[in-house]
Every structure is written in C-alpha cells, then in structure tokens.
Design a protein. Structure first.
Length: 66
C-alpha cells in the first residue's frame, strides 16, 4: 500500500493512554512529547474523550487481585 508510514506503534498508544487521564497533560502536549499530532491520538485512541474525563475502559483498569 502507498501512503505515509505511521508513527504510531503499540508503545506510543500505551504511553498516551497512561498520560491522558492526568489533567496536567493536554492532548497537544502528549502528542508533542510522543512525536505525533493531536489528530493522530484522536484517530488511534477511539475512547480518548473518556480517558480525558478519567473514565477508562473497564477492561483496561488494573486488576484488584494484587
């Protein structure tokens, strides 16, 4: 396929998802820190708005077993 290679990988998405619930980081600052754009984060993290609001997806919450 043609087109520009993606800068996004699983580690970048994981790092962004970890930072999104923290109010001291804006979406733009997270994107800049990780070497992408805010649009890239919105495109690759469908639940970004929920993460920003602190409502992470239940499947991604740490287990209470530890």
């Amino acid at each position: 396929m043609g087109g520009r290679p993606s800068v996004v990988n699983d580690d970048l998405i994981r790092a962004a998802r970890d930072m999104l619930p923290r109010p001291e980081y804006s979406v733009a600052s997270i994107a800049k820190l990780l070497g992408g754009s805010p649009g890239t984060l919105y495109n690759h993290i469908p639940d970004l708005a929920e993460l920003r609001a602190g409502r992470a997806h239940p499947a991604l919450e740490p287990s209470q077993d530890s």
